[in-house]
Design a protein around this ligand. Structure first.
Ligand code: HSE
Length: 446
């Protein structure tokens, strides 16, 4: 049988990785897929560089629409990224009857409903293993391997850049900005690194996992998103002293009231496996009612790890494209006519526990006032740590009289986020609380 022909839109880091791995492992991939898979056409604005990468046997053009219009192309790989032209091209490829493979989490988290509906109507597949956690086959695991389970929750380190930054800050005492520059130099960061450090990239991925886990539409607009830019070295140190690590987690959870979908820094017990995932590595914990806890670990970015996921999708499509569309694995794991309307809950309704750090004037009765406010809000305290003033670098300018200060660190038991917000408001208003209160959510992941 003649090889399946693939057109590639965008040959950057992941595109060239895909081309190289497909070429290097072509014989084994053919033995698995039952048919050869060849990238025969590439579109990239930098035609000269693209030609150098793929050699003379592949057609190189600067117009992506020429790939979509080519009747010999069976599958289009979209590696352009973003919500703009990539969306137009994916929809045009679907309309032209092409199957699509994409690593574009932003596109699917925001426009997935429209794209999957268009694909279903046309009878083509849109495959996106590479969109979440790079080389880790987490989409396959959630959609197929765990299909017997009622998924209870997922918690993942799904952004390598921020995990790298947090690891460097903790291990080497590096400043945030220095660690970010290193992550960018190593090629982990998004084109716009604010997507990494503000939690947006992780929220795109959490949104996709949430949809597949619970059979709800992709709803990025309902995700709570908080990044790591406000984390200080002091919090990383205090968390360590309390037996926790701080990680940026993407969490989605089934509750009696609806679905939680949130990305924020999190204290997790240092003894959990996922707490020990360092550098740019990704890891996802999935809790299913039948299987219990499962953990998936690997590289979440980079040329060949992401290529591994892209090519797995090419193989799936090669095997399944002749199957009746109704017999294929549904895009979001559940049949399109059996999706759930469980609501994504507002953050105020989320129940979790907290780490609080208050820089206070070291005066009699301060702690009593703070704990009194928490007690008044019905919030139970789990642990309190106080750091002596001489351990604290004050930011007061030289020559100004300095109020003796201390850091009070409080761990709470579970409470409603809305109650915590109200309590923080009251504590912040105390004249003895000298700086904005740091609040980091805590998950035991038991
Ligand atoms: N910027 C992403 C990360 C790349 O740091 O994980 C993979 O999506």
């Amino acid at each position: 049988m003649k090889p399946i022909q693939v057109g590639l839109l965008g040959i950057g880091v992941v595109g060239s990785g895909t081309f190289n791995v497909l070429l290097r492992n072509q014989e084994e991939i053919k033995r698995r897929a039952g048919r050869g898979i060849e990238i025969t056409m590439v579109a990239d604005l930098n035609v000269t560089r693209a030609r150098e990468l793929v050699g003379p046997d592949v057609t190189v053009v600067n117009d992506a629409r020429a790939v979509i219009a080519n009747p010999d192309i069976d599958i289009v790989i979209e590696l352009i990224g973003g919500y703009g032209i990539a969306k137009t091209l994916v929809l045009e490829a679907i309309a032209a009857g092409k199957h699509v493979v994409t690593a574009n989490k932003a596109l699917l988290a925001v426009h997935g409903t429209e794209i999957f509906a268009a694909a279903s109507a046309k009878g083509v597949m849109v495959a996106f293993e590479a969109a979440v956690a790079g080389g880790i086959p987490i989409i396959k695991a959630l959609r197929e391997g765990l299909t017997a389970n009622s998924i209870q929750w997922i918690a993942g380190i799904i952004n390598g850049t921020t995990n790298f930054i947090l690891s460097e800050m903790r291990d080497k005492g590096l400043d945030f900005a220095v660690a970010l520059k290193q992550a960018q130099a190593l090629g982990y960061a998004e084109a716009d690194p604010t997507f990494d450090i503000e939690g947006v990239d992780a929220a795109h991925k959490a949104t996709i996992m949430s949809a597949i886990a619970f059979g709800i539409p992709v709803q990025f607009d309902k995700a709570y998103v908080e990044g790591i830019t406000k984390l200080g070295a002091a919090d990383i140190k205090y968390a360590e002293q309390l037996g926790y690590r701080i990680k940026l987690l993407g969490i989605t959870k089934r509750t009696p009231k609806g679905i939680e979908l949130r990305v924020h820094p999190c204290l997790i017990p240092a003894k959990r496996l996922i707490a020990n995932v360092e550098g740019a590595m990704n890891a996802v914990v999935v809790q299913g009612d039948a299987v219990g806890t499962t953990l998936y670990y690997g590289k979440g970015a980079g040329a060949e790890p992401t290529a591994s996921a892209v090519i797995a999708d090419l193989v799936d499509i090669t095997r399944l494209h002749t199957a009746d569309a109704a017999q294929r694995v549904p895009h979001l794991a559940f049949q399109p006519n059996a999706m759930s309307n469980l609501p994504v809950m507002p953050m105020g309704e989320v129940v979790t526990s907290y780490y609080l750090r208050l820089r206070v004037a070291d005066e009699t009765g301060v702690l009593a006032k703070v704990t009194g406010i928490l007690a008044g809000a019905g919030i139970s305290i789990d642990a309190v740590l106080q750091r002596e003033a001489d351990e604290i670098k004050t930011e007061a300018t030289a020559g100004q009289p300095q109020v003796p200060q201390t850091d009070v660190i409080i761990l709470t038991h579970d409470c409603l986020e809305a109650d915590m917000n109200a309590a923080i408001g009251k504590m912040q208003a105390l004249p003895t609380v000298l700086e904005p209160i740091t609040r980091i959510r805590k998950e035991e992941l038991a």
